[in-house]
Design a binder for this molecule. Sequence first.
Ligand code: ADP
Length: 385
Amino acid sequence: MSRTAEANARARVGVVGAGQLARMMGEVAHDAHVELTVLAEHELESACDTCDHVLLGGARDEVALRQLAQLVDFVTFDHELVDLDVLTNLENSGLNVRPSSHALRFAVDKAHQRRELHARGLPVPRFLVVRTSDDAELAGWLDALRAEPVVKTPRGGYDGRGVFFPKSRAETVRLVDELGALGDVLVEERLELVGEFAQQVARGVDGSIALYPLVASVQSEGMCVEVRFPAGVSDAVLAEAEDLTRALAALVQPVGMMAVEYFLTDEGLVINELALRPHNTGHWTIEGVATSQFTQHLLAVSGQALGPVTTLTTNAVMVNVVGGEQAGSRDDASTVAGVFVHDYGKSFRKGRKLGHVTALGDHLTDTHVRAWKSARLYGTAAKGA
Ligand code: ADP
């Protein structure tokens, strides 16, 4: 096939948002037989370096989204800061939005997610959705808890933004009223966590499913610091996660990748969050699994068959590189044996996610040490070591 004919054979996928997830989709797009266009706020965004085409415009702007949809066959997402009504309009005009607005609602709106999952008997923290502290149910509901609750804004939060841990009833009441002035407030039981875990699942347009293994994640101040495969839990917990993740895929019906974040408590797994896109806890799949979450997402949204999810390593440790006191060196980070360094092409700023490193190996502790050594050389704030 000539180069032009080959390019024509590629599916055209448009990504709403141009952050590091779209950047990593761009890195594998050609292998997945996809031509990638990103909708970016500005030309310096992370994904603009790796994609085939850039369209400038906002993720919530219907005009920009319609322009994107004219250039591509399928529209997908790098984040969930989107307007579901606008997406429904696009779908009603016959455009291929994958995942659909129906599925995306589970990730965009935590209150919707909690209500739907609870109604189907799936394990979520005890919760209440309120608008003001005068709510008739709130006082009695708070009295029944053992500790102050977690207070969340159901929409627009990420990396711990929009999640609050009040220390007193007065603070809880103040938070509910402050946040309630802007919209719904999700108030939920603060669980005693044994650990945090995540599982990725891919779903094709034909409903086929590919399940990735459960991983352990370490969070610090709401941000994922480290991810470990294997998860280091019993076969019973692995089986419980698999059942829940399959049930969630059947309920949500995503097309593309879905990540499920779990809390492990004394009573078993509790579902925290869903993301309908590649996710930070799945970055290790680039080197650790036969089909990475980025390739898989593009295969699925463009209607191709899902790839195999055989694991290629006995242990993997992924560490996020977050700007510390001063910038480190990517070259130095790459000198650590068996470590793969990923740079998101962003300028250095303290507290900013700049990249990640993944170490593979036969022994978990050794793999862990190498991942952190590399991340520190790169300049991580290294909170979770
Ligand atoms: P984000 O959407 O910003 O990722 P999450 O809802 O995942 O926010 O919360 C961030 C972190 O806060 C979680 O990873 C967990 O450590 C903690 N957390 C959230 N909800 C609860 C809860 N109900 N009980 C205990 N810890 C929680």
